[in-house]
Ligand binder design. Structure first.
Ligand code: MG
Length: 159
């Protein structure tokens, strides 16, 4: 059995009039995130961690933001496509761990739903998907409330 780990990082800036979507969950917020797709920064980081673990490139390569097909795209649908792609290459997803860096709004009440939605899409148990939250303590783009960042680590296995 070959086991590999991959990392993913993404960030998006806040924009008025957009819906805030994180891990496929619509989070009540005065502003959402700017982006070509639904700007689900958490799911994007998870996708990059999975692609990285499998050695299969990155999100921009598979879903270019110049491609009109991905305008307003549901990122969970993109994650689902990526999981099928990994499966086609013989990889099984074992675990995902992620951290969202966000000053406001408070995200902890949405943790379980994010875990459930991500794990259902990936096809593993919710226990195998962990989502954590931290703030920027007033520092950097997160601390100034300019946007949200997300980091993810994934492990995959192949016989
Ligand atoms: Mg992104």
């Amino acid at each position: 059995m070959t086991s590999r780990a991959g990392i993913g990082w993404d960030s998006h800036r806040f924009e008025e009039g957009r819906t805030l979507v994180l891990g496929g969950v619509e989070v009540p917020s005065e502003q959402g995130l700017a982006g070509h797709s639904d700007a689900d920064v958490l799911t994007h980081a998870v996708i990059d961690a999975l692609l990285g673990a499998a050695g299969l490139g990155d999100i921009g390569q598979h879903f270019p933001d110049t491609d009109e097909r991905y305008a307003g795209a549901d990122s969970l649908a993109l994650l689902s496509e990526v999981c099928t792609f990994l499966e086609d290459h013989g990889w099984t997803v074992r675990h995902v761990d992620a951290t969202i860096l966000c000053e406001e709004p408070k995200l902890a009440p949405h943790r379980d739903e994010m875990r459930t939605r991500l794990s259902r899409t990936i096809g593993c148990r919710a226990l195998e998907v962990n989502v954590k939250f931290t703030t920027g303590e007033g520092m950097g783009f997160v601390g100034r409330g300019e946007g949200i960042g997300a980091l993810a680590v994934a492990t995959v296995e192949r016989a």
